[in-house]
Ligand binder design. Structure first.
Ligand code: ADP
Ligand code: MG
Length: 238
């Protein structure tokens, strides 16, 4: 079932058109990776799906609703960024539950949901710690926890692992694919790293200069790249 549908989405900043008519259908429950070189428009496209950037033209549907001009909070999405700012003065539990406290959710329910999220992310033993007492990977898990607790329909990730070292990145890739298997919701994951894309994605969208070059499973892209750009990009060493 189609979950996120983009129809001829375009974005210009002043005279510069950076997204040049993207048509895309993302299936419910799919782990979809947008990959492409720096500056090709990955973040801009993701930010338009999140509602953090307005489209210049085109439409965006999520879960059967036209959300092209809807507030970010009305789209059923949660986004995890590369630079995840945790609140340094709050504990892990308070960081994860922060959005729910803002919404005046009863304390007992916050506690129950924070504990459930902590279990999924293996943060149970760290709930009373402050961010400065955590490793990079643990902090990233807390940032993901803050997104999960809102029970989003669609998860959006913008290069969430690029600030981590290689070993931790490899571990977090596995954790994120496990998380996807557990939660089963739709995930759109942006990266410039083709290895990350090839190892994590159900389906890859290759972007180049604001356009979709090819959409396919990792095997499809590997076996039959549609353009020299795709062949070069997927095949290039990091
Ligand atoms: P990526 O995430 O793939 O690296 P971006 O979506 O960040 O690419 O950027 C795509 C293009 O849009 C780049 O040329 C970038 O300079 C430009 N761009 C992004 N945001 C803005 C903005 N707020 N104002 C002007 N240009 C922007
Ligand atoms: Mg980006």
């Amino acid at each position: 079932m189609a979950d996120v549908i983009l129809k001829d989405v375009r974005k210009s900043f002043g005279a510069l058109e950076v997204i040049k008519g993207v048509n895309l259908t993302i299936e419910a429950g799919e782990f979809c990776v947008f990959v492409g070189p720096s500056g090709c428009g990955k973040s801009t496209l993701l930010r338009m799906i999140a509602g953090l950037e307005e489209v210049t033209s085109g439409t965006i549907e999520i879960a059967g609703e036209d959300v092209t001009y809807a507030e970010p909070s009305k789209r059923g999405i949660a986004m995890v960024f590369q630079s995840y700012a945790l609140y340094p003065h709050l504990t892990v539990a308070e960081n994860i539950g922060f959005g729910l406290s803002l919404a005046h959710t009863p304390k007992a329910e916050i506690k129950r949901r924070v504990e459930a999220v902590a279990k999924v992310l293996q943060l149970e033993a760290l709930l009373e710690r402050k961010p400065k007492a955590l490793s990079g990977g643990q902090r990233q898990r807390v940032a993901i926890g803050r997104a999960i607790i809102r029970d989003p329909h669609v998860f959006l990730f913008d290069e969430p692992l690029s600030n981590l070292d290689a070993a931790l990145r490899a571990q977090m890739r596995i954790e994120l694919t496990d998380l996807h298997a557990k939660l089963g919701n739709t995930m759109i994951y942006v990266t410039h790293d083709q290895v990350e894309a090839m190892t994590m994605a159900d389906r890859i969208v290759v972007l180049n200069g604001g356009r979709v070059e090819q959409v396919g499973t990792p095997m499809e892209l590997y076996d039959s790249p549609a353009t020299p750009f795709v062949a070069g990009f997927i095949g290039s060493p990091r």
